[in-house]
Design a protein around this ligand. Structure first.
Ligand SMILES: [Zn+2]
Length: 405
């Protein structure tokens, strides 16, 4: 049995991925002799409806000075965060007297928009290299993990916040209670805490199991976020579905009673209950669905190999680490992965040790089949490569099922 990180109830995991490396631990061959792994299992707690990793990997192995994910490498995400920032500015009527705090500001992709509009903002970011990138844009950054003591310090060094924001960060943090205590401390009476993360409902519906990796401690739903907020005298007041990261949800939290709870919250909670996301039954078929995708994909890759086809992959994503390791995809089946991120290039993928090559070499490699690991950006990518993916070249995708196109 595992113990729930939110309500301390005991629960049994519903899916077991075996030993997994750290999803972003791309490294050269010599550094891979004693690769760190942790047992990756996911469970549902029926006490608070939270879906979570049953065992926590060592955090020092995950967010360090060489953290490989720079948010601003995707133009689509730059635009997404610009819209996110502007919607919060409008909603809270932010101006030069306001304060916006972002938890996990990465390279400043969101806060740069407030800076431009002369709205005071502060980033909190534990990973040094991305924090430096944000500071380089002129954003004030505290290079630390956000928690309740830090929130208290910010109320003294700065003031209470009109808006606390976070994107694809909350689900990374195991110590939620200190975060929510921090939010309670730092938020103005009429302030809002707005965050977005991959949405549990989408993950179950699409079997997008590759959203599960070391960094994603929690898979949130309106049910679980509402429960958690309530434990800290806060309230879930709005929800907005997002198409980013293969299906995310933006949650707005306020002090209890300070804002009206929107009809969208009520509707989403009703929908989650009708899908059974508040009962263990909804999760019982998930592992079987994942294994069906695994069997189909491996069979396809073996068949292509036997036919002498050249198969490469596109996008050395964090998600791909779960896919390659759980499915047993080796360089024997997929020659290499092309990626635009310099810090990953000319390294090996975690666990599976598939070479990662610069994107610039993709077209000259002349592949027959391209396995799309960055499936959440499939529309953008397929459009970009449209002129190349002709003459018998094919994409392979695997969420929600294996398809060749
Ligand atoms: Zn619980």
């Amino acid at each position: 049995m595992s113990k729930c990180l939110i309500c301390e109830n005991e629960y049994l995991p519903f899916v077991d991925f075996g030993d997994m490396p750290i999803a972003n631990a791309f490294a050269i061959k010599e550094e891979m002799d004693d690769e760190y792994t942790f047992p990756m299992k996911v469970g549902f707690c029926d006490g608070c409806n939270m879906v979570q990793l049953a065992e926590q990997p060592d955090r020092e192995k995950m967010f360090h000075e060489n953290y490989a994910f720079f948010s601003s490498t995707s133009n689509y995400m730059v635009e997404h965060f610009k819209n996110f920032a502007h919607s919060v500015s409008d909603l809270q009527s932010l101006d030069s007297e306001s304060l916006v705090v972002e938890i996990g500001c990465n390279d400043g992709i969101m806060l740069q928009n407030f800076l431009k509009d002369k709205i005071p903002c502060l980033g909190v970011e534990p990973s040094k290299n991305v924090a430096n990138a944000a500071a380089g844009k002129g954003i004030e950054v505290i290079n630390q993990f956000f928690d309740q003591p830090l929130a208290k310090k910010i109320t003294i060094s700065h003031k209470k916040a009109d808006a606390i924001l976070s994107a694809n960060v909350m689900c990374h943090i195991p110590y939620m209670h200190s975060i929510y205590d921090g939010v309670k401390t730092l938020l103005k009476h009429d302030g809002i805490f707005v965050f977005e993360d991959p949405y549990l409902g989408e993950i179950i519906e699409k079997t997008s199991f590759d959203q599960i990796y070391d960094e994603h401690v929690f898979l949130f739903s309106a049910l679980s976020v509402g429960y958690l907020a309530n434990m800290h005298d806060l309230e879930l007041v709005n929800v907005e579905p997002q198409i980013t990261h293969g299906g995310s949800m933006r949650y707005t939290i306020a002090h209890k009673g300070a804002k009206t709870v929107s009809q969208d919250v009520i509707n989403l909670i009703d929908k989650e209950k009708s899908l059974g996301l508040n009962s263990a039954n909804a999760y019982s078929g998930f592992a079987d669905n994942v294994n069906k995708i695994r069997d189909d994909l491996i069979m396809l890759l073996k068949k292509l190999k036997s036919e002498g086809k050249k198969v490469v992959a596109y996008g050395a994503t964090s998600k791909s680490t779960t896919v390659t390791n759980y499915f047993g995809i080796t360089p024997d089946l997929v020659e290499c992965i092309y990626d635009t991120t310099p810090i990953k290039q000319n390294k090996l993928s975690p666990g599976a040790h598939i070479p990662v090559l610069p994107y610039e070499q993709f077209r000259e490699s002349n592949p027959d089949y391209v396995l799309l690991f960055a499936w959440n950006h499939s529309a953008e990518i397929m459009k970009k490569e449209q002129d190349f993916m002709t003459n018998g070249r094919h994409w392979i995708t695997y969420i929600p099922k294996v398809e060749v196109s």
